[in-house]
Design a protein around this ligand. Structure first.
Ligand code: ADP
Length: 175
C-alpha cells in the first residue's frame, strides 16, 4: 500500500505548466472549451487543440478522450467530463469515479506513465471538495494496485481548499 501511495503527489499550482505525459482537463461535454481549468488549458495549448477536439464528437459524463498537448509541456491532454453536483443522489459519485478510471485507462492504453489531474467537478460543477478528493484517491489507489505501468499521479491543487482537502485525504489513506 505504501509503495502505491508513494506514486501519488499532491502539488499546488497551475496544471498547464507541468511537463508530464498527460494532463487531465475537466472539460464540458462539447469538448470545445469553457471556463476554469478548461479555458486555461485551451489558452495554453493554442488553437490547434480545438480543431482536434471538434473531430471527437463530444464526450459523455464519466468518460474520457485523448488529444495531443500542442503548445503545452505535457505530451497529451486527457479530456474528461465530471458530473455537475445536484445533491449526490443522481449518480454523481459513480460518475466522478468513472472519470478517474477512464482517464487512467486511457493513460495505460497510450503507454503514458505520468499523469496530472485537476480537481474534477470541484469548480463550476460544485462537487463537495472533500468527497471529491476521497473518490480521486480511492479510485487511483485501486487502479495502481491492479496495474504497475503508471509511475506517477499528480493531484494539482489550484486553490487552498482543494489543497487542504487532498492533504487530509492522503493522511487518512496513509494511516
Ligand atoms: P468543473 O467544471 O469540473 O468544476 P472547473 O475548471 O470549474 O471544472 O474547476 C475544477 C478545479 O480546477 C477547481 O478546483 C479549480 O480551482 C481548478 N483549476 C482552475 N484552473 C486551474 C489550473 N490552471 N490548474 C489547475 N487547476 C485549476
Amino acid at each position: 500500500m505504501l509503495d502505491l501511495i508513494a506514486k501519488i503527489k499532491v502539488v499546488k499550482g497551475d496544471i498547464t505548466t507541468l511537463a508530464v505525459d498527460a494532463i487531465v482537463n475537466a472539460a464540458n461535454s462539447s469538448l470545445l472549451g469553457g471556463g476554469g481549468v478548461d479555458g486555461a488549458i485551451h489558452r495554453a495549448a493554442g488553437s490547434e487543440l480545438v480543431h482536434e477536439c471538434r473531430l471527437l464528437g463530444g464526450c459523455k459524463t464519466g468518460q474520457a478522450k485523448i488529444t495531443k498537448g500542442y503548445k503545452l509541456f505535457a505530451k497529451h491532454i486527457i479530456h474528461t467530463v465530471g458530473p455537475v453536483w445536484r445533491g449526490g443522489k443522481r449518480g454523481e459519485p459513480e460518475l466522478l469515479a468513472s472519470c478517474y478510471q477512464s482517464c487512467l485507462n486511457l493513460a495505460v492504453r497510450n503507454n503514458l506513465r505520468t499523469i496530472a489531474f485537476p480537481a474534477i467537478s470541484c469548480g463550476i460543477y460544485d462537487y463537495p471538495v472533500r468527497d471529491a478528493t476521497k473518490i480521486a484517491v480511492t479510485e487511483t489507489l485501486k487502479f495502481l494496485r491492479d496495474r504497475d505501468s503508471i509511475d506517477e499521479v499528480l493531484f494539482v491543487c489550484f486553490d487552498t481548499e482543494v489543497h487542504e482537502a487532498y492533504h487530509e485525504t492522503m493522511r487518512d489513506a496513509s494511516a
